[in-house]
Write a protein that binds this ligand. Structure first.
Ligand code: IVH
Length: 683
């Protein structure tokens, strides 16, 4: 054959192989025999060996190939990968609807919902340029994920090229879930059992474990699947107007999209969908944990926006977790990084939702009292979201009278030092609700080894120094190489290499990794410090508000007011931030970190804080959003809303039929803007 016809044959083979694959994966109609597929693939392989000039690393036959990587590189997501707020029953679903309808004008309130299955896998983002798959990443913290392109290429239901589609967008970012089927998981676990390897608790863990393999050929063996559910960004001539349109497009591009989906006119229809799927769910080929419900209209989605980590326009209905009963053999005390003492129930091991559970945190004394839980009790445990086990009920009828009440220890179980009662925060599950306070017990010994170890683990994991896991950190501590987290940054190759089981190569890797991770975002740095009550989200809030460490410290020195004025920061948090930065020991620790080479990166400029220091007054009726929502948008961007005009007002937003406030504004010379100008400020 001459070159041209070989080229044509290869092209045909490739497109037929892709079609068959597509047929098999997307339409789920395996009516072609594997043999046909296999022999076409074989022919292609032989041709390419003979004519290597036609090799194309993006071609379908190269899915399984790819080099093993040393490490995954970081990818900053162009569009943040969000999470969903959960609802657990019909009442909460109606509450959600009430909340969103309150934010919409009457005219907007008649909309459709879109329902689809919530897959229990691993969220990934896929980028295609000119129809070619060029990059795929994990969710990470929603802002930055890991580049797992090579591993994703091994997944047959991820098209490597969209060029077969009718229209090929220049750019598209697809969001979806990587999964392992229930069947494959059973097969894999049987194999692992035979080979004495640990078993995966569920298909999500198995999928995650497979994608984290640095060698793509290992990931390829795991037979993963991909379901697309969203388009984060697309360049098309016309813009899409519905979430359901996104699904149509995704199908058109050759993606596998969940087959169970529906447009529903109201929540009654949504609930019907939920009930219908619940019936088939046990026999569904993949792990699912609920139904995702979206406001179908994309314009309304934009109006409703995002609060915290989750969009307002979507909700995840979660099916009840599986339950099982067991006996509480003991209640132990765990010492956390802040010194908090957490009671932990130790169970007679039992199987729940496919994996063995032998312990569960009881969170605090309040919970033990609320449940009236005693050692020796028979309890109902449940795995929320199929992962974290929790005690939901005590079967008091099963009591024999030998059960023992649990009392909080008087001294730290690890260091034997004093214990102090402090108020703690209990975060409510749903966004929008305020945190409530409860009492917790803390070990106050700053030298407590358990506390310090947890703290060190936390600190290093926030810095993402993956080479230094808890075991290695413990070893370094025992060997006297480090006394605190700051010492990690002055470690040298010569310190580590002589240690038994380490050697030159691994010492070098560790030092390389530490040097690489020395630079850290301000928000992450704050989170790493492990300030009581300061989690990731709060740290981000503090970082955007203050911009630099110096400003935060000097504000804390001046008092509580500025910190407690920040949105979403309650009294317990601001007090704890205030206390932290007034403590000389902590300031010395920060000093040591900076001296040892930690570099705090400037806060990325983003939309947050865009309206900071601006005071708005709303008057008249707006046409695009309710006053309520306008108010929330201003606050979420750092601005303030006041009810009356004064000389401190930055802008008066005048809707239709504005009244006396407008007159006042003119009198005081305050700038008046219309709705459109206001909307532009939000962009
Ligand atoms: S839409 C705003 N649709 O559930 C985030 N998510 O609990 C976009 N998930 O991070 C979510 N199936 O990983 C959506 N059909 C589906 C889904 C789905 C599974 C995952 C996704 C998300 C998580 C939130």
């Amino acid at each position: 054959m001459e070159n041209n016809s070989i080229k044509k044959r290869i092209k045909k083979l490739r497109s037929e192989i892709t079609r068959l694959r597509n047929e098999y994966h997307t339409k789920n109609t395996p009516n072609i025999t594997d043999d046909v597929y296999d022999s076409l693939t074989k022919e292609l392989k032989i041709l390419l060996l003979k004519y290597p000039e036609f090799n194309d690393k993006n071609a379908p036959e190269n899915r399984v190939a790819g080099k093993a990587l040393d490490k995954f590189t970081k990818v900053k997501h162009k569009v943040r990968m969000l999470s969903l707020n959960d609802v657990f029953n019909e009442e909460e679903l109606y509450d959600w609807e009430k909340r969103i309808k309150k934010l919409l004008t009457e005219k907007m309130s008649n909309f459709n919902y879109f329902c689809e299955v919530k897959f229990d896998g691993l969220a990934v983002s896929l980028i295609y340029e000119k129809g070619k798959f060029i990059k795929g990443a994990t969710r990470g913290d929603g802002f930055v994920g890991e580049d797992i392109t090579e591993n994703l290429k091994t997944i047959k239901s991820i098209p490597l090229s969209l060029t077969e589609a009718e229209i090929v967008p220049d750019y598209i970012e697809v969001r979806g879930e990587v999964l392992m089927s229930k069947k494959t998981l059973i097969k894999l676990n049987l194999e692992n059992e035979k080979n004495g390897k640990p078993l995966f608790a569920n298909s999500r863990n198995a999928a995650a474990g497979s994608l984290r393999q640095l060698d793509p050929s290992l990931a390829a063996k795991r037979e993963l699947d991909f379901f697309a559910y969203d388009i984060a960004e697309i360049s098309l001539d016309k813009s899409l107007s519905k979430h359901s349109d996104k699904h149509k497009y995704l199908k058109g591009f050759g993606f596998q999209v969940g087959k169970d989906e529906a447009i529903c006119k109201n929540l009654k229809e949504v609930i019907n969908f939920i009930k219908k799927f619940e019936k088939v769910r046990p026999d569904f080929s993949y792990g699912t944990d609920g139904v995702v419900i979206s406001v179908d209209d994309l314009k309304l989605q934009e109006v409703l926006g995002v609060v915290g980590k989750a969009p307002r326009y979507m909700a995840a209905f979660k099916y009840p977790a599986e339950k099982a009963t067991t006996i509480v053999k003991d209640i132990k005390i765990n010492v956390g990084r802040t010194g908090v003492l957490t009671p932990l129930a130790i169970f007679e091991p039992t199987l729940v939702a496919g994996s063995t559970v032998s312990k569960a945190t009881l969170h605090n004394m309040d919970q033990i009292e609320r449940l009236d839980l005693r050692i020796g009790d028979t309890v109902v445990i449940e795995k929320a979201g199929d992962v974290i086990p929790k005690v939901v009920e005590v079967l008091t009828r099963m009591r024999t009278g030998k059960e023992k009440k649990f009392t909080m220890v008087q001294k730290c179980p690890v260091c034997g030092d004093q214990i102090e009662r402090k108020s703690a925060l209990k975060n409510s599950k749903r966004a929008g609700l305020l945190s409530t306070e409860s009492v917790a017990f803390y070990c106050i010994n700053s030298k407590c080894s358990a506390k310090n170890e947890r703290y060190l683990d936390h600190f290093i994991s926030v810095f993402e120094i993956y080479e230094l896991g808890p075991k290695i950190l413990r070893r370094f501590k025992d060997e006297g190489l480090i006394t605190d987290a700051a010492d990690v940054f002055t470690l040298t190759k010569e310190d580590i290499a002589p240690l038994e089981r380490f050697g030159e190569k691994s010492a070098e890797n560790i030092i390389k990794e530490i040097n690489l991770k020395k630079k850290i975002l301000f928000s992450k740095f704050l989170f790493a410090l492990g300030i009581l009550h300061v989690g990731e989200e709060t740290a981000r809030g503090l970082a955007t508000n203050f911009g630099t460490l110096e400003k935060l410290i000097s504000s804390a020195r001046q008092g509580l007011t500025e910190i407690s004025n920040i949105e979403n920061i309650g009294p317990a948090v601001s007090k704890s931030v205030f206390d932290y930065f007034r403590d000389e020991k902590n300031l010395n620790f920060i000093d040591k970190l900076l001296k040892n080479g930690v570099i705090i990166e400037k806060v990325e400029k983003n939309k947050k804080g865009k309206l900071s220091r601006m005071i708005f007054v709303l008057t008249g009726t707006l046409s695009q959003m309710s006053r309520e929502l306008a108010k929330e948008k201003i606050i979420s961007l750092g601005g303030k809303v006041s009810s009356s005009v004064s000389k401190n007002t930055s802008y008066v937003i005048a809707g239709e039929e504005s009244g006396s406030k407008l007159t006042n504004a003119k009198k005081l010379g305050v700038k008046v803007i219309n709705e459109k100008e206001f909307l532009d400020m939000l962009k």
